[in-house]
Design a protein around this ligand. Sequence first.
Ligand code: GLU
Length: 317
Amino acid sequence: MNSTAAAPYRGRFAPSPTGPLHFGSLVSALASWLDARAHGGTWLVRIEDIDGPRTVPGAAQDILATLGHYGLHADETPVWQSARVDRYRAALDRLIAAGHVYPCGCTRKEIADSQLRLHQRNTTLIYPGTCRGGLHGKPARAWRLRVPDDDDEPGRAGIGGNPALIRFGDRWQGPQQQDLATEVGDLVLLRADGQWAYQLAVVVDDAGQGITHVVRGADLLDSTARQIWLQRCLGVPTPAWLHVPVVTNAEGEKLSKQTGAQALDTARPLDALLAAARHLGLDLQDPAPASLAAFQADAIDAWRRKLAQLPVINQKS
Ligand code: GLU
């Protein structure tokens, strides 16, 4: 266990207000709430509304109201990322001063055209590092975080001689690893359109809010090594991780606004909560609870039993 595990438990649910809360996001909200309650901890809600173009007006208020109908009340006043951009700027300035980031003048097309070191995974292009050595007269468009090279000074990140390999334990998914050099590449922290990247904002806020345990959907498992690297560069603690299985539609796609997820029915919260608990594999004692309070007590006990069956993870990455 690392030192953060001994700090008082603080967890969070961090929705992006791109539409109303749907069943997939309820599963993440419920899992993070249950884990906080099972640990006698504090549960926060953070509205991740920094991606201006994707933010839907009114969606954040709608999400907060829906969480309330479902009995998921934050223990502290929710924070909004759009009100915290000074913190992201300060973090970027620290990374600039420490030499971890560099300005990049490449367009998306130039990156796609640089076939030499181009790998394509899903739709994410791996940046070939063109501007690492300078802008070569191009105007700066974005700021990128330098990830370690496979051949950087061995042991710099302390992992088996390959500093680009980030290993971590996931409390649900078990041991994980990702090679940042070959699987990710230097990542954008401040985008060409002036928007702060999710990876920077989430790391700055998890650290600033003293989050000790992150519980979220497994679609974000792929972001975790990046966040651990950023935490190391910023010198902030790494929380414990738990990624719950994502909810998919009949086509096997992750439920989201884009894949046609329906907004939750606020009139019948228990039906969706019971379905969310079933998705999490919770062995509830009462299949037809009479109240939200009865469901919650049963689900917290079931979550504790579930935790006892999960892999024991050495959280030191
Ligand atoms: N805002 C992100 C999302 O809705 C989640 C961030 C996180 O939990 O780290 O996908």
